[in-house]
Design a binder for this molecule. Structure first.
Ligand SMILES: NC(=O)C1=CN([C@@H]2O[C@H](COP(=O)(O)OP(=O)(O)OC[C@H]3O[C@@H](n4cnc5c(N)ncnc54)[C@H](OP(=O)(O)O)[C@@H]3O)[C@@H](O)[C@H]2O)C=CC1
Ligand SMILES: O=C(O)C1=N[C@H](C(=O)O)C[C@H](O)C1
Length: 265
């Protein structure tokens, strides 16, 4: 069976890579793109899209679903749009594969209920790169023995959300095995607000944003006279595409919402 795929955010850094990956993948057919800007037929407007995108471009998801009948919607847009897209897809029996980060806890909970009640598979993956999944798994394991941990995530300066979805997911996974504890001196004070980073159950998350970066993360564990550093680097966005294609196939086989690829591999 050929999996019919639509992509939201096809003009973007990730979306344009996903257009290439899906177009070249046997067993998948790219059937449409979703954009929020109206695109006419002028060469200038169409040049905004990757050359492989020779499919209809819609500005309305319901219309796209009615006309093109995708099996899967890949969302690579932004934190403001992704929740509505995912909900709309689930309501119309289209399986979302979501790479966009920045969901609130309550949005995740609501989408989980919707997916389970409608028995429509959904994958929300804060990071599609296998190396990043392993970095998170190893960090969770290390935290059982070394609970003093700080997370440093480093990204390009076009990123909208902080901390990154990966940084947050790493902290959530570590929190499953680590008792909440405040780190640093009990009486420490920030003389500049934010100096100690974001606080997740006492773990500190530091977000670096610089041009030239793609997506990187270090998880640093301190112990008596020792330090363990677990680091992952994505040097380009192709690094995520194996995971995107894996999820498009996997989402066809599930009937609930999976948050994080570590639950599937
Ligand atoms: N899970 C993973 O492994 C990864 C996840 N990401 C996440 O993916 C998301 C996209 O990242 P990136 O590609 O760098 O971002 P970009 O800004 O390059 O791409 C987003 C694209 O979506 C478009 N867009 C915005 N709103 C809508 C909408 N309502 N409907 C359709 N298209 C829309 C944007 O248009 P315009 O620019 O005109 O606003 C843009 O073309 C981010 O949340 C990022 O964190 C990124 C890398 C890996
Ligand atoms: O915005 C990005 O670029 C990335 N976003 C994801 C995140 O927030 O973790 C995944 C990856 O780190 C790249």
């Amino acid at each position: 069976m050929t999996i019919r795929v639509a992509i939201a955010g096809a003009r973007g850094r990730m979306g344009s890579e996903a257009v290439k990956a899906v177009s070249n993948k046997e067993g998948m057919e790219l059937v449409a793109a979703l954009d929020y800007k109206h695109v006419g037929d002028s060469l200038g407007e169409l040049a905004m899209f990757p050359p492989q995108l020779n499919v209809p471009i819609y500005t309305n998801l319901t219309q796209l679903i009615e006309d093109e009948k995708p099996d899967v919607l890949i969302d690579l847009t932004n934190p403001e749009s992704v929740y509505e897209h995912t909900k709309e897809a689930l309501l119309h029996n289209v399986r979302p594969v979501v790479g966009t980060t920045g969901f609130t806890d309550s949005q995740l909970e609501e989408l989980k209920n919707l997916s389970e009640n409608n028995k429509v598979g959904c994958i929300i993956a804060p990071n599609f790169a296998i190396g990043a999944i392993l970095m998170m798994k190893f960090a969770k394991e290390a935290a059982k023995y070394l609970p003093n941990v700080e997370i440093i995530e480093l990204h390009h300066d076009r990123k909208l959300d902080a901390p990154s979805g990966t940084g947050l997911k790493t902290a959530q996974l570590i929190a499953e095995v680590r008792n909440e504890q405040k780190q640093g001196h009990p009486n420490e004070k920030e003389t500049i607000a934010g100096a100690r980073g974001a606080d997740f159950e006492g773990m500190r998350i530091h977000s670096v944003r610089l041009p030239g970066l793609v997506a990187h993360q270090e998880v640093i564990f301190g112990g008596d006279g020792q330090m363990l550093t677990i680091r992952h680097d994505s040097y380009n966005r192709e690094s995520f595409m194996g995971g995107v294609l894996y999820c498009v196939e996997a989402v066809m086989t599930i009937e609930d919402l999976v948050y994080g690829l570590e639950n599937l591999i």
